[in-house]
Write a new protein. Structure first.
Length: 685
């Protein structure tokens, strides 16, 4: 799809689909086909390449014994001929429901039609014959079919429940049809279709409504999409079906990998078209990485190998089709406050559980930690204090040290002391400037004599001195050193290797990104985990510039650090976005850039987490995204892996991944980023 405009969602592995719920009349195919074609045209005009209609939508589901009348059969055949003929000028695949006679039997079918061609027809596999249903009175099940092909609207087409419809020009777009009850049985046909490669599972349904059924359908469809790592499209019959003994709500659902993307209005008396953009590449990425999915394929290979593939040309729009899908700016941070609080509580408990288990295992009852007054050490100190609470030990067993260096600001130093006091830990201060100066002198570094040469040696001498002190303090007190560095810094290599902030006895933040660290601290403050005084200082820390505080500015007594981490490595909010999609899904850089622009180009679009005030809501244009993504790729792929290969132990906290060489990420330390950078340069304008 490389010939499509960069702005087209189809170029980047998305596909727009529609679920239609037309008005209908029982046993009036001429009326029903008009309604069907009108909705199909609307869907095509909106850029949807697939449009799903309800079960038996051309005849109505409630025709009962009228299905055996020749006149209705003739009218349905005429309606199908119209669908096929007029589809030649409608750029969407139509999936319509109709009764079809074959081999002297009547089958309840879903029929796929595209640009004047009948792609195939799938008969219903499981006919309900209980309570209000008695479909076996009228229809034969798919297992009774004896023919591999059937003639529909004068065209010979594949026939069977074993059909997979594969688009030749859109990777990962393969759909399968099942009908109503098929999706309710313990082993639905769509499950086998998914194992055979179908990513878009379609259910043409009638499904009358009773109390509680709508919630059950919704749960069923979302769970199918999650189990099968697929999209699941569901269309139920609505206004116009007979209410002689039943009622109809016209529920329309579009689900993807456990998420409900779109749902229509129930009980509407007007035609409905529910549209969503499916992320096919995400589905493909999850299937690629989920090895048990492939094992399941192997276990059913005989049945799967017998399924038939029908290839067709998908009517992909050639103009730019803008993505209409919410892409979270902060993929590690839920936008909904309730969900975010739940996430923060869960991460907090995971961190505390990890550290407390390590203390029990080592038999140590003390922790040593360096506290800078910045985000990472603050969260690590919170975890350390709560770990002591969990173990029934005094918080005084947390030995916390602030260690001012050449660029420590008055604000961070003050906040560090206030925080240690508020949490009730054992607090002390060690001035590292004398020992750092001595090392600089031993190295014949000009800064030892007052020359302002602020190079990487100057910076890392300070980081190394701090860590060296912490480890010796741990030896002295029989304690463990708590690491403070986070996932974002590990991804960017923004940590000092060896005897620096890269190393610890146990690291609690190593799989927590910087953007989430902020909200964990805010959660501790807002929920009063340590009382009002602690909450006040935590909020002050949240307002402080992110900085390593290693290079002096004009005034270290100013309100905050003079050195900015983000000026060097890029905005953490943007780099965390890049990290999530590279690490979690392995997307090509051009797709990550496309998603980032969609998420970040307009600060007025979509929800913002409430921690970010309106005047701090950033926007990034495509050139800026491209620049920082290139910086991320160089650091992540090429220059920083050697640090990650020697990480201390740390608990994984989220499905977004970790960078532990023993967990989610194993990579060579001498890889080249050329392929990623070339792809970015070629495909992002």
């Amino acid at each position: 799809m490389g010939g499509l405009p960069f702005d087209s969602l189809y170029r980047h592995g998305f596909a727009r689909v529609a679920v239609a719920v037309p008005r209908m009349r029982v046993a009036d195919p001429a009326y029903n086909v008009d309604e069907t074609l009108n909705l199909a045209r609307r869907a095509a005009a909106d850029g949807a390449v697939l449009t799903v209609f309800p079960e038996l939508g051309l005849s109505a589901y409630t025709a009962d014994d009228l299905f055996h009348q020749d006149a209705l059969d003739d009218a349905v055949d005429a309606a199908l001929r119209r669908v096929v003929a007029e589809s030649a000028d409608i750029d969407t695949v139509l999936l319509v429901g109709a009764p079809v006679r074959s081999q002297g039997r009547l089958f309840n079918c879903g029929i796929a039609v595209c640009r004047g061609r009948v792609l195939g027809a799938a008969p219903k596999s499981y006919l309900p014959n209980y309570r209000e249903f008695y479909e076996k009175r009228q229809f034969a099940a798919a297992r009774e079919n004896l023919a591999g092909h059937i003639t529909i609207a004068g065209q010979r087409a594949p026939f069977g429940a074993d059909l997979l419809f594969t688009a030749t020009e859109l990777a990962s777009f393969t759909f399968h049809l099942e009908i109503c009850e098929d999706g309710w049985v313990p082993l639905p046909p769509s499950g086998y279709a998914a194992l055979a490669g179908a990513t878009v599972l379609v259910n043409l349904s009638a499904s009358n409504i009773v109390i509680g059924k709508a919630d059950y359908r919704r749960a069923l469809c979302t769970s199918h999409s999650a189990r099968f790592l697929a999209a699941y499209l569901y269309s139920a019959a609505g206004h116009g079906e007979s209410t002689t003994d039943m009622a109809w709500d016209g529920q329309a659902l579009i689900c993807e990998n456990g998420d409900l993307l779109a749902e229509g209005e129930r009980f509407a008396d007007h035609p409905q078209l529910v549209i969503a953009d499916l992320d096919l590449q995400r589905l493909a990425a999850d299937r690629l990485r989920t090895t048990s999915f492939a094992d399941n394929v192997h276990d059913h290979r005989e049945r799967l190998s017998a399924m038939r593939r029908v290839e067709f040309d998908l009517p992909v729009p050639q103009d730019a089709v803008q993505l209409r899908r919410e892409i979270q700016r902060f993929p590690y941070v839920p936008a909904d406050p309730a969900a975010r609080n739940e996430r923060c509580a869960e991460v907090h408990h995971i961190q505390v559980e990890g550290l407390s288990t390590r203390l029990r295992a080592t038999g140590s009852g003390r922790l040593v930690i360096g506290v800078s007054g910045g985000l990472d050490s603050t969260q690590a100190l919170i975890v350390a204090a709560k770990t002591m609470d969990r173990l029934g030990l005094p918080r005084a067993n947390v030995l916390a040290y602030t260690m001012p260096g050449f660029a420590t600001s008055a604000r961070t130093r003050t906040d560090a002391h206030r925080l240690m006091a508020a949490l009730g830990v054992t607090a002390a201060e060690i001035d590292i400037r004398p020992s750092a100066t001595q090392m600089l002198r031993d190295l014949n570094h000009p800064a030892a004599e007052g020359v302002p040469q602020y190079d990487v040696t100057y910076e890392n001498v300070q980081a190394g001195e701090r860590t060296s002190h912490l480890f010796r303090l741990a030896n002295q007190h029989g304690a463990l050193v708590v690491g403070t560095g986070d996932l974002s810094e590990l991804a960017l290599g923004w940590c000092t290797f060896g005897v620096g902030d890269h190393m610890a006895h146990y690291s609690v933040n190593a799989s927590v990104p910087k953007t989430l660290i902020k909200y964990l601290i805010a959660w501790s403050a807002d929920t009063g985990q340590f009382g009002p005084e602690a909450s006040e200082v935590l909020k002050s820390i949240l307002r402080t510039e992110i900085s390593p505080e290693l290079v002096p500015g004009a005034d270290t007594d100013a309100d905050g650090p003079s050195q900015s981490s983000e000026a060097t490595v890029g905005p953490y909010e943007l780099q965390d976005f890049h990290l999530y999609y590279l690490l979690r899904f392995g997307y090509r850089p051009s797709r990550v850039a496309y998603l980032a622009r969609h998420a970040w180009s307009d600060p007025e679009r979509g929800p913002w987490p409430d921690l970010i005030p309106a005047d701090q809501r950033n926007a990034y244009d495509l050139p800026t995204i491209k620049r920082w993504l290139a910086e991320f790729l160089r650091r992540f792929i090429q220059t920083s892996q050697f640090k990650r290969s020697t990480l201390p132990n740390a608990p994984k906290v989220g499905s977004g991944g970790s960078l532990s060489p023993r967990g989610d990420w194993r990579a060579p330390s001498d890889a080249s980023a050329t392929a990623w950078l070339d792809e970015l340069e070629r495909n992002v304008p």
